[in-house]
Design a protein around this ligand. Structure first.
Ligand code: GUN
Length: 312
């Protein structure tokens, strides 16, 4: 039997509409959330992602600003740009697109972002809060998007065995922490597998919910999935395909066609996690802005959010 499709495109559309409503209400009070994205260099994938983020921000009514710096930008110069954005009251969210070109030290740059404006959730303070189980932390957008996708598709991780494949700071590690957290979207039993895991299939077959962020095309095959599992594919890989118009096609980390015959539900690539990442960035930006306005007395209402991920 073929698995249900978990559409990130559709879920993100609903989420973006909720965010747009929330932004419209804020704008009605004269408050405009602002997002700044910083791109260093000309990595083609990063250029596409940053453009998509800027466009999505504009569509929900955020003020969005993109700063593009040359490949040979000095670390000190980039830190200066970040300091300027930290000090700018019209900027409530800052995203520095990764990877950064060498020899810029990514940790230095991520630590320079004001934790209150860190809509990527990559600052060590926010990562630490996440690790400590803080329910209100600005959480990294991709794993937060996976949780939202699971919940809205009716697959609450609570009490389930969730297996995460991958331990990157952007996805796997925060993914595991979110699943482990008490409260909404958490309370799972969590196993993390990675490149040094022996017999990956034996581990992934234990999963009620299998989240794959391995960064390798189609590593999870049908025989590695428990029948009836829910599978979320975070991977985005280009593989050569002479038959395709562009000479390549985009595939996930899961062999979709065969796993679909085993799983109960599966997210596709593209159209799965990707759109959710962007929606959660917009969501984090609005939350960050509201907090900053509350702290300065500009916003006095309780959270007006209809976005369900605010609830505990
Ligand atoms: N590069 C790949 N994913 C991300 C992300 O979520 N945020 C940033 N800043 N860079 C990325």
């Amino acid at each position: 039997m073929s698995a249900d499709l978990i559409s990130g495109t559709e879920t993100a559309r609903v989420l973006r509409a909720e965010i747009a409503e929330r932004v419209a209400r804020l704008r009605g009070q004269g408050l405009v959330p602002g997002l700044a994205t910083v791109l260093v260099g000309t990595n083609p994938a990063s250029e596409i992602y940053v453009r998509m983020k800027g466009r999505a921000a504009g569509e929900v009514g955020l003020e969005s600003r993109q700063i593009t710096l040359p490949e040979d930008t000095a670390e000190a110069e980039l830190l200066g740009v970040v300091a300027g954005l930290n000090a700018d009251p019209r900027v409530h969210g800052i995203l520095v697109q990764l990877p950064l070109p060498a020899p810029i030290r990514e940790p230095r740059v991520l630590e320079a972002v004001d934790p209150g404006k860190d809509v990527d959730g990559f600052h060590p303070l926010n990562m630490g809060r996440l690790a400590a189980g803080d329910p209100d932390v600005l959480a990294p957008c991709t794993p937060a998007g996976v949780i939202e996708l699971l919940l809205r598709a009716g697959h609450d991780p609570a009490g389930k065995h969730a297996v995460v494949v991958g331990r990157s700071n952007i996805v796997g590690r925060p993914m595991a922490l979110l699943l482990l957290r008490k409260g909404r979207g958490g309370n799972a039993t969590v196993t993390v597998a990675h490149s040094h895991t022996r017999d990956l299939g034996a581990i992934t077959r234990l999963a009620d919910i299998l989240i794959v962020a391995a960064g390798r095309p189609e590593v999870v095959r049908a025989g590695m999935v428990k029948p009836g599992a829910v599978v979320i594919d975070v991977g985005v890989n280009r593989v050569d395909d002479p038959a395709a118009e562009r000479g390549y096609r985009v595939v996930g980390d899961v062999a979709f066609a065969e796993v679909r015959e085993v799983a109960a539900a599966i997210s596709p690539v593209p159209g799965g996690v990707g759109p959710m990442t962007i929606a959660m960035l917009l969501h984090n930006t609005v939350r960050a802005a509201e907090r900053q306005w509350r702290a300065t007395g500009l916003l006095v209402t309780e959270s007006v959010t209809p976005v369900r991920s605010e609830a505990s």
